[in-house]
Design a protein around this ligand. Structure first.
Ligand SMILES: C[S@@+](CC[C@H](N)C(=O)[O-])C[C@H]1O[C@@H](n2cnc3c(N)ncnc32)[C@H](O)[C@@H]1O
Length: 253
């Protein structure tokens, strides 16, 4: 499907077919998280997130964001499930960030800072990324990844629930990457609109649309007169078979 602006459809075809593959895609994540919590209960440093940080610090090259992404991707493919956007969907994110030439960007859901690095390394001199995550431990690891990548100055981090942080921000955004708690996508998009935080033409890039069956979110962006929306089919991060997808919506005032 062409992703050019002219081809954006008001109402995309529904990506929802709850099938065995997408069900197993979610089950695999749940099992991986249970395993992670079990080991983490013995030793905090044993969490897979801390292991990723150790891999990055020992195997990646300082001030080389691509090498950091490569090490994190390698952990995602070979060691444990990581809920990063991943390399394949990440390339689509890169494409939209570059094409948008956005100056003020917002990221909801940081985790280990993988997508933060992807976005920050493609920003122009005068652009800045504001990134929110509710989990302080994840955010601390993300900050170290960003520092190691040499990108700290491009990003401002906020610890808290997106719904509570957004109303405190003064900025108006040209690009929003939504990738936090799936139940909060719609609520937090509405908070952005209600608080007048979106510039005309802002791009809303929402991940995991198929994996988590985000129908209410899709109904909203596909029927609201303020959005034109496009669905991009993809595979779940680090998987060669589990279906997922991205919804890219353009905001019109
Ligand atoms: C899928 S991960 C983000 C992955 C990251 N965007 C990437 O691609 O590298 C989701 C993150 O959202 C955070 N989160 C969940 N609910 C949140 C909320 N209401 N506000 C802010 N962050 C939230 C979680 O702590 C988790 O780190």
């Amino acid at each position: 499907m062409s992703r050019s602006k002219e081809n954006f459809r008001k109402k995309s075809k529904s990506p929802f077919l709850i099938n065995k593959k997408s069900f197993f895609g979610v089950m695999e994540i749940i099992l991986s998280e249970i395993k992670n919590m079990f080991f983490a209960s013995f030793d905090k440093k044993m969490t897979k997130e801390n292991k990723v940080l150790n891999y990055v610090l020992s195997e990646a090259t300082k001030d080389n964001p691509d090498s950091v992404l490569k090490v994190i991707d390698s952990c995602g493919y070979n060691n444990f499930f990581l809920m990063n956007i991943g390399d394949k969907k990440g390339k689509i994110l890169d494409e939209y960030v570059l094409k948008s030439d956005a100056k003020c960007l917002l990221e909801l859901g940081v985790y280990l800072g993988y997508s933060t690095i992807r976005i920050a390394r493609n920003l122009s001199e005068d652009a800045h990324l504001f990134s929110i995550d509710v989990n302080e431990e994840f955010l601390n690891i993300a900050k170290q990844h960003l520092d190691f990548s040499g990108l700290t100055e491009k990003v401002s981090f906020y610890n808290g629930k997106a719904s509570e942080v957004i109303p405190q921000l003064d900025q108006k955004f040209d690009f929003v990457f939504i990738d936090h708690w799936k139940e909060a996508y719609l609520q937090d998009l509405k908070i952005l609109i209600e608080h007048d935080r979106l510039n005309d033409g802002a791009i809303i890039f929402a991940d995991n649309i198929v994996l988590f069956h985000l129908e209410e979110y899709l109904d909203f962006v596909r029927t609201s007169p303020n959005f034109s929306s496009e669905f991009i089919p993809a595979l779940r991060e680090y998987s060669s078979s589990h279906p997922d997808g991205i919804e890219v919506s353009h905001f019109k005032k």
